[in-house]
Design a protein. Sequence first.
Length: 202
Amino acid sequence: MSIAEKLHAVGRPLLQAQLDHPTVAGIARGDLPEPVFRSWLEQDYLFLLDYVRVFARLAWQAPDAHVGDLVDLAHATYHDELDLHRRMSAEFDADLEGARKGPACAAYTSFLLESAATYGEGLAALYPCMWGYSQLGRILADNPPAEPRYRAWVDTYADPGFAALAARIAQMIDEADPDPARAEALFTEGMAHELAFWDVPR
């Protein structure tokens, strides 16, 4: 079993905790109160700005074969995902410019930026976001919400292209060959941050 496969085994029960979270359950039903999703959008916008920095820091350390992967991920996150985020945020009247990080967002982004000081460990730390959202999207797409704005969110992360990006990071983790115990600890901590992120500031 590869390192990434071991992380998947660790992550599956932790993923269920996200599916059971009231915020995710509300998205799945399509009846999440708009102020909750608005707050989540504002926090996720700030998270994504730092996520770009994480990719950039890892690209600086990456082997030649993967510099392009990480630069492309930083570019796609900054230009494509953030643009999509702005359009969705406008539908919920989110105040992206006035948003300030809540405790969960601040803790998560600090964890990722610090972990990115070491290439293999940084990949393991960020993997819960990519793998987790890909899994959430795939599962929720089996019975998507009727509310079109929430369905658009599900469709974004259920996209096979997003799953392919997550698979690429898994390959990069295995090639980087970080200490398995350390990778599992960082992955588990990242999954805990993912769960806490759903407790958005009200």
